[in-house]
Ligand binder design. Sequence first.
Ligand SMILES: [Fe+2]
Length: 289
Amino acid sequence: MVTDPQTAHARARRGSGLGFGLGLRSAHYEAVLRDRPEVGWFEILSENYMVPGGRPLDYVERIRAHYPMAMHGVSLSIGSCDPLDYEYLDHLKTLAARLEPVWISDHLCWTGVDRVNLHDLMPLPYTEEALRHVVERIARVQEFLGRRILIENVSGYMTYAQSEMTEWDFLDAVADAADCRILLDVNNIYVNSVNHGFDPHAYIDAIAPERVYQFHVAGHSHEGRYIIDTHDAPVIDPVWQLYAHAVRRFGPVSTMIERDDNIPALDEMLEELAHARWIQADVLGEAGT
Ligand SMILES: [Fe+2]
């Protein structure tokens, strides 16, 4: 297999990645502390721990003593026209000082306007104006936090007539202009490819390899003509196949399985994680690395 120099460079650099991780869920706190499973790292939902104390934060700090941890948020609303919420950012920074995460991530989306929270991660219109808007806000967030953040592509059920470019060109341009990193959610790419009718491989092939620091893979609900990104089921084969394509392009990027509902026993999650590990080994073996 021919590997272009940019891809080879990214792959070599990500050899120092975190390997295979899981989203830390409260149902698994005790099992993680008791069994110390072979998990490379955990990702926490930042908003669940932005408090001065309490049992969940105590569990997380004890688990953090044994595993690297990434902080993943849902409330930044980086695409909104509301002012940036510096109170939220202050809480985020305090938690980061406490947990010393490997990185902080949130979504390339907006979650409300005029202080109304839609409790959903809404896609942006892919326009030059939206690009400038979100790049400027990411720059301010990164300056406040004193670190680069990762932004994640979201799943969506609507598009905008005003869009001037593809979702993948928008994501790539945002990361480049804001000098931030990308959390590439492979399931979200698959979901959108079905909902909006595009080739998911073209999406992956358009993203600059040096920007991608983390993968999400997850399960979803297929409703016939469209898919809802529910994170309540095992990862399906077409998403695993797309994950293999992503590994082929981006190399051994830190990979995490998201499960937010119908959460199974930890052993079952570890089996699914082993499948991701097997795919990566298989792909990189095929590629001769
Ligand atoms: Fe995700």
